[in-house]
Design a protein around this ligand. Structure first.
Ligand SMILES: Nc1ncnc2c1ncn2[C@@H]1O[C@H](COP(=O)(O)OP(=O)(O)OP(=O)(O)O)[C@@H](O)[C@H]1O
Length: 712
């Protein structure tokens, strides 16, 4: 049976043709001699491997036929109306790039989109073109990286990064990736290494050489060997947004498949495909080890829902376990995971409760309500200064010091170390803090409730004595997890190769406090890498989002300063920043923007308005509806179709939309200002970092257009 090698192009055809192309490819992959397919060479074609095939009366597929290892292979170049297909088929040629060993389809680009020609730079600006400013020469591009000469000339003439990105967008696969990299300060060697470029080996058997070239890691960002009919159907049915499932960047592929002798950490800015790598890695592990118990977890239940959907989209045949300790991939939020461990332990949880809280409960039931710390402080006659007697300080002290160290009483608290906690506590203050913690715990005991951090600490203590219940744990949004979460995950997975794989971005920490993995038994030691190519956000929006972070001192889970340099593969309009004086003007401005996008043909559910809190969310929904724009608030539920979506910036974490309005940027309510003023310096600094991170998270949700509304 012939093997189908898909390129990115055929997935861009529209609905009715897609269905016919699917039928054609299915038949082709079953038997290329089936009558009616009309797989035929073209007389006088530039490449003797070219074939056309009959999709229907009007449409033809253009393909290359390669024979290797006793099998035929079809590289599907695209589907065109009959006459266009013949014209394309006559001219295209598939060959191996003699410099970098990667496959290239020559001339194809010119038939689809005429690349922009940049006017001679001197005529528009005296500035030097970007690549020569970066010291790149034609020799670097053509002779070292294998960029075709015509494309290299356009790149060398491009005045700035945006122009290079526009050019990159016209070239699929490795060529687009090289162009994006060329606009960064990375050295030519770094670019060549990242894409694993190597001079080709020539055996004299051209088809075999081509097939080997098509299997190179960088080739797989553009060409995919399709594994069976079912996969073929999935590849064709999904539009371009689905291309993450098939065409991975060579770096993404490496992290998805590589084996590690212990925990591994993958960092990367928003939109660099960390989640994509995790989903692929879960699939690779599940396919290779069908009996393995794999846990894929993240910070919230909504994000876990998205991971579950993503895994099912990638491959519905990967078994998703419905409970812990079962073969398959168990996808769950990290707090739901703690609850599952406690639930499955039954009354056997009593020892763990005793060791963490020092009380004899065996069946904790509910969840401690929000605001409990405030109630405890208000009910006490504590003499502690306000920068200590506040919810932010106490909950952090509890999560960072008390729970991970299993402090159960005053004398243990007097002795415990409090690294990186800022505010020093003398003996009297420690005793007073402990009195509040004891009151907090007593109230939990009365109601039979646990807070999230307590539940994770208890689950960790239970697993530490009963043993691991997973073979591989994959974690997304690692920057938001608390020490007790890490202790639980460490104890959940049996220590072995590929035990923990952690994706994180410290710039996106919007919950909790900084954590250092090494303190909780997770030793990364040199097994840590970074993704740097942003797939989601245009370079213009990314620049705005990065500027929000400027000056903040972010550190990652290993206490290293977080790198900020990363690049985007896409270019678009500059974000619009609008300053407004009042709430009413803000609402009018939001409605005006949204309406103009809708009038321009955008689907309502691809537009999101992101706000700070639930009150503002309701205000915006009402204002939009009153102004005739159908809008809907998104809370825990999944976003619905047919309405403009309005949600908090926290809720938008992990999501993406074509167009985004960021509301209330820079606005601080009087209550929030008073809360921040009451914090000690370190806590306030951390709260400010989180606030910037929140705007960064929100700004990086936009794929194409971003409007920022600043309230003065
Ligand atoms: N190889 C790829 N080809 C095409 N699209 C991709 C690829 N990798 C990722 N993407 C797309 O880029 C977007 C961002 O990917 P993903 O959500 O995995 O990034 P992330 O690093 O987890 O982002 P965030 O930290 O903001 O949640 C998604 O739309 C995803 O489908």
């Amino acid at each position: 049976m012939p093997t189908i090698i898909m390129t990115k192009w055929p997935v861009k055809i529209d609905g009715s043709v897609k269905a016919k192309a699917m039928t054609f490819l299915q038949k082709l992959s079953a038997d290329d001699t089936t009558p009616g397919l009309h797989v035929e060479p073209i007389a006088g074609a530039a490449d003797s491997r070219v074939r056309t095939g009959r999709v229907d009366q009007f449409w033809r597929a253009v393909m290359f036929r390669l024979d290797g290892a006793g099998e035929s292979h079809y590289v599907i170049h695209g589907v065109w109306p009959h006459d266009d297909a013949i014209a394309v088929a006559t001219r295209v040629r598939l060959n191996v790039n003699p410099i970098n060993g990667l496959p290239q389809i020559e001339q194809a680009e010119f038939e689809r989109a005429e690349p922009a020609a940049y006017p001679a730079v001197a005529s528009i600006s005296p500035a030097e073109p970007l690549l020569s400013q970066l010291g790149r020469t034609r020799g670097d591009l053509v002779d070292r990286l294998g960029v075709p000469a015509d494309v290299a000339d356009l790149a060398l003439a491009a005045p700035d990064e945006d122009a290079i990105l526009d050019l990159a967008q016209q070239h699929e696969g490795w060529l687009g990736m090289i162009l994006v990299d060329l606009a960064t300060p990375d050295s030519i060697d770094t670019i060549a290494e990242r894409l694993q470029l190597e001079a080709p080996e020539q055996t004299g058997d051209e088809d075999a050489d081509l097939l080997r070239s098509l299997k190179q890691p960088a080739a797989q960002a553009q060409f995919a060997f399709i594994d069976g009919q079912e996969e073929l159907r999935r590849v064709i049915e999904k539009g371009d947004f689905g291309s993450w499932r098939v065409f991975l960047h060579p770096e993404q592929r490496r992290y998805a498949v590589r084996r590690y002798k212990g925990p591994f950490r993958l960092s990367g800015g928003a939109g660099t495909g960390k989640t994509v790598v995790l989903i692929h890695r879960a699939r690779v592990l599940a396919r290779e080890q069908p009996d393995a118990r794999i846990v894929l977890t993240t910070f919230t239940t909504n994000l876990a829902d998205a991971l579950r959907d993503g895994l099912a989209q990638l491959d519905p045949t990967v078994p998703q376990a419905t409970s812990l300790n079962q073969p398959g991939v168990y996808v769950t939020g990290v707090d739901a995971l703690a609850a599952a461990v406690i639930r499955s332990a039954g009354t056997g949880i009593a020892d763990a409760v005793q060791s963490v809280l020092g009380d004899a409960r065996s069946t904790p039931t509910g969840r401690t309500p929000n605001g409990r710390w405030r109630e405890v402080i208000e009910a006490s006659s504590s003499k502690l200064p306000s920068e200590i007697a506040n919810e932010t300080f106490l909950s952090a002290e509890y999560a960072l010091v008390v729970l991970p160290n299993r402090v159960k009483n005053e004398s243990e608290y007097r002795r415990v170390r409090r690294p990186s906690r800022g505010v020093a506590l003398d003996r009297t203050k420690r005793d007073s803090v402990w009195a509040l913690i004891a009151a907090y715990r007593a109230q939990g005991r009365v109601d039979g409730t646990l807070d999230f951090a307590e539940a994770a600490a208890i689950a960790a203590a239970h697993l530490a004595t009963t043993g691991g219940q997973a073979d591989h744990v994959l974690v997304d949004e690692g920057q938001d997890l608390s020490p007790a979460h890490w202790q639980m995950l460490r104890a959940l997975v049996v220590e072995s190769d590929d035990d923990l794989f952690i994706a994180e971005d410290s710039h996106q920490r919007i919950y909790g406090n900084r954590t250092v993995l090494g303190r909780y038994g997770i030793k990364i030691v040199g097994r840590s890498q970074r993704l740097t190519l942003n797939y989601r956000t245009t370079a213009q929006n990314l620049r705005y989002a990065m500027a929000v972070l400027d000056g903040g001192d972010y550190v990652d889970l290993e206490e290293q300063a977080e790198a900020t340099g990363y690049r985007s593969a896409r270019s678009g309009p500059t974000p619009a920043v609008e300053a407004v004086e009042s709430l009413v003007t803000e609402l009018d401005t939001i409605a005006g923007r949204v309406r103009s996008w809708l009038d321009g043909g955008a689907a309502p559910e691809t537009i999101a308005v992101l706000v700070h809190d639930k009150f503002q969310r309701e205000r915006v929904v009402n204002a939009l509806n009153e102004r005739g724009v159908q809008a809907r608030a998104v809370d825990r539920d999944r976003p619905a179709e047919g309405r403009v979506l309005v949600m908090t910036m926290h809720r938008a974490k992990g999501m993406e939309f074509a167009k985004v309005v960021l509301a209330d940027v820079g606005f601080q309510s009087a209550a929030e200002k008073a809360r921040l003023d009451g914090l000690d310096e370190i806590e306030r600094h951390d709260a400010e970092l989180r606030a910037r991170s929140l705007v960064y998270v929100a700004a990086t949700r936009a794929r194409d257009e971003l409007v920022v509304i600043q309230r003065r």
